[in-house]
Write a protein that binds this ligand. Structure first.
Ligand SMILES: C[S@@+](CC[C@H](N)C(=O)[O-])C[C@H]1O[C@@H](n2cnc3c(N)ncnc32)[C@H](O)[C@@H]1O
Length: 258
């Protein structure tokens, strides 16, 4: 019997046998190893600009279909979830107003944020089951990257184990910068598993370090963020799912114009 997070990744429309999906989630993929299309991805390319095919997906059909059925599962194990919560606490996220992008029924917070929690995702039932949320937005960011919020209205924007599904990540993160107050944080976390048919090919073609480079590249491309920090948040010898965090603060308009 596979743990819930494996089953979740495997069941969700992947034509791969269950074992293969678990294998896929664990193994670091060498460059050029994705079937169907060869692309060159290495640390320098991953920092952008991105090569042709980087944002293609094996399943380009409507995300609404893929996420139509709720998945009341966790996509990473408890140790990795704890690492997300600890990172959020360390960065002080529960003290402000938070927007959790690509959210579900869990936002991995230690408590309800003082300024409230807005969750945005693809499945209404999952979002409605999120016990800490006080506002829920159903939106396909691959169709509409613009966020339905006023400028500077959040203290933090998070995206947990989902950045690899975005085909226009820079546009979405540009929006994240717009809705953040100056000094507000964007915090992106990921592990080493995914729904492979829905992840972009550039993500599937590289390893954990490459993923951190990709996310750093996205944030640097936006231009409205200060220095980017990227860290492995689970211990190096940790036997469970690894957890990586990449974060940066939104610059003030004055700083961004310099
Ligand atoms: C692996 S789950 C992660 C859910 C949650 N962030 C967590 O930590 O458990 C991926 C999530 O991304 C959301 N998602 C996928 N594609 C999306 C899109 N195009 N626009 C908005 N959300 C999307 C789905 O609704 C799903 O909840």
């Amino acid at each position: 019997m596979l743990p819930a997070q494996f089953a979740a990744c495997c069941k969700a429309g992947s034509p791969l046998p269950r074992g293969a999906c678990a294998w896929f989630g664990r193994r670091q993929m060498p460059a050029r190893a994705v079937s169907g299309q060869t692309i060159d991805v290495d640390a320098s390319a991953a920092a952008g600009p991105w090569p042709p095919g980087f944002f293609d997906r094996r399943d380009p059909t409507d995300d609404a279909d893929f996420y139509a059925a709720p998945r009341f599962v966790t996509h990473i194990d408890n140790g990795a979830i704890r690492a997300v919560t600890e990172l959020y606490d360390e960065l002080g996220l529960p003290k402000g107003r938070m927007l959790d992008l690509m959210s579900s029924w869990v936002s991995h917070l230690s408590r309800r944020p003082d300024g409230g929690l807005v969750v945005l995702g693809m499945n209404a039932a999952e979002l409605h089951a999120n016990p800490l949320a006080d506002e829920r937005v159903l939106q396909d960011l691959n169709r509409e990257p613009r966020l339905p919020f006023d400028d500077g209205t959040f203290d933090s924007v998070t995206c947990c184990v989902s950045i690899d599904y975005l085909i226009k990540p820079v546009a979405v993160l540009h929006e994240a910068a717009r809705v953040l107050r100056p000094g507000g944080l964007v915090v992106i976390t990921f592990s080493n598993r995914c729904f492979p048919t829905k992840a972009i090919r550039g993500w599937l073609a590289t390893d954990d370090t490459g993923h951190a480079d990709i996310v750093r590249g996205y944030l640097e491309q936006v231009g409205d963020f200060g220095p980017v920090t990227a860290e492995r948040r689970t211990p190096a010898r940790h036997g469970g799912d690894p957890l990586y965090g990449v974060w940066a603060a939104r610059l003030s308009h004055h700083e961004a114009d310099r």
